[in-house]
Design a protein around this ligand. Structure first.
Ligand SMILES: C[S@@+](CC[C@H](N)C(=O)[O-])C[C@H]1O[C@@H](n2cnc3c(N)ncnc32)[C@H](O)[C@@H]1O
Length: 235
């Protein structure tokens, strides 16, 4: 928590002292700052985040930047597990020529993404979309192993939806389904970008290969921790 910065944001946005006091009290209780203020900066894009919707993390920006660089001119990108639509918003701002579609299983998230200008629909992963319709697929899917949820910050587990975080026993339950869905959605040569952590790149490699993907690159943060992978559909 960057308390001084958060305090400055609250003071700047509050219309009066009464509202400010109620906002400070909500924040002290652990409610995400983005829900209180109604938005958060994702890189250079301001994203609306409604209460109940996963708050986009700065760590996911690298995925958006890489995805933006992988779409051909006038190409098509699908953002699975879109949440507030932060990834789609960022790509759409940096690449206005790209046609973007998105899905999320949570109606509140989809409403929020639509409010952010994203063409998002309620649905299970790839189910709403046509086969081989996209050049790039992105997903910040839930990837925290169920028994590691307890180690996340208390504010996160108390407020943010479990369905946005819980990746099942090994953390790769939904991610594995994303890989299968992306194999159907992507044209041959299309790119899949996934946010991952720990050693999930190693454990996901056979899944990617089994679905016809070549694991081309992985990226890490400044601490050397894995943040994601880029894979290319063969053919
Ligand atoms: C970690 S959040 C990421 C949200 C957004 N991409 C971001 O970076 O801010 C994961 C999202 O996946 C959605 N989700 C979970 N299971 C899903 C499924 N089976 N199909 C579609 N979306 C799903 C959750 O509702 C949640 O919004």
């Amino acid at each position: 928590v960057a308390a001084d910065e958060e305090a400055a944001d609250l003071v700047a946005a509050a219309p009066d002292v009464g509202v400010l006091e109620s906002w400070v009290s909500r924040r002290e209780d652990g409610e995400p700052l983005a829900w209180i203020l109604g938005s958060i900066a994702f890189g250079d894009v301001e994203v609306h985040v409604d209460a109940g919707v996963y708050v986009p993390r700065a760590q996911s920006l690298g995925l958006a930047v890489r995805a933006s660089g992988r779409v051909p001119s006038g190409g098509r990108l699908v953002d699975l597990c879109t949440g507030s639509g932060a990834i789609a918003c960022w790509v759409s701002t940096s690449r206005p020529d790209v046609v973007i579609a998105a899905s999320d299983v949570d109606r509140r998230a989809v409403d929020c993404a639509v409010r952010n200008g994203v063409d998002a629909v309620v649905g299970d992963l790839d189910a709403p979309f046509a086969t081989a319709a996209f050049d790039v697929a992105t997903a910040v899917a839930p990837y925290v192993p169920s028994d590691e949820l307890a180690f996340l910050p208390r504010d996160v587990t108390r407020f943010e939806p479990r369905r946005a975080l819980d990746g099942g026993t090994d953390g790769l339950g939904i991610v594995t389904r994303v890989v299968g869905g992306a194999a159907r959605l992507l044209r041959p040569g299309g790119w899949l970008l996934l946010e991952l952590g720990d050693d999930q790149d190693v454990r996901l490699a056979p899944v990617l290969a089994a679905h016809g993907f070549e694991l081309v690159a992985r990226w890490r943060d400044d601490d050397g921790d894995l943040r994601g992978v880029e894979a290319r559909r063969r053919g």
